[in-house]
Design a protein around this ligand. Structure first.
Ligand SMILES: [Zn+2]
Ligand SMILES: [Zn+2]
Length: 95
């Protein structure tokens, strides 16, 4: 009796001579050891993983970068002004 799992999964959608070990959770294709990629504990095929990661980078990466740039642009003059005022008041208080 051969094991049931490889028979149920069949062969990899990219490598027809390799046994499948998992199914992509997004498009349900069968993937072999080499093609299966885990992300957040879920199996994906290479195509779906690239799509998932690319989408994340576009959604989260850019606004975070823009937000940081704006924060730096706003903070630097504020810090400089505050420091200038403190130094001015301090020098006056000493006199
Ligand atoms: Zn897929
Ligand atoms: Zn494969």
């Amino acid at each position: 009796m051969p094991p049931a799992a490889p028979l149920l999964l069949g062969f990899c959608h990219r490598h027809v001579d390799r046994k499948g070990i998992a199914r992509c959770m997004t498009c349900a294709v069968i993937v072999c050891q080499e093609c299966a990629t885990r992300f957040d504990g879920i199996n994906y095929c290479v195509e779906c993983l690239a799509r998932t990661r690319g989408g994340d980078a576009r959604r989260k990466g850019l606004p975070a970068l823009v937000g940081t740039a704006i924060a730096i642009c706003v903070m630097l003059p504020l810090v400089g002004m505050t420091l200038g005022w403190v130094l001015l008041l301090w020098s006056r208080a000493l006199r």
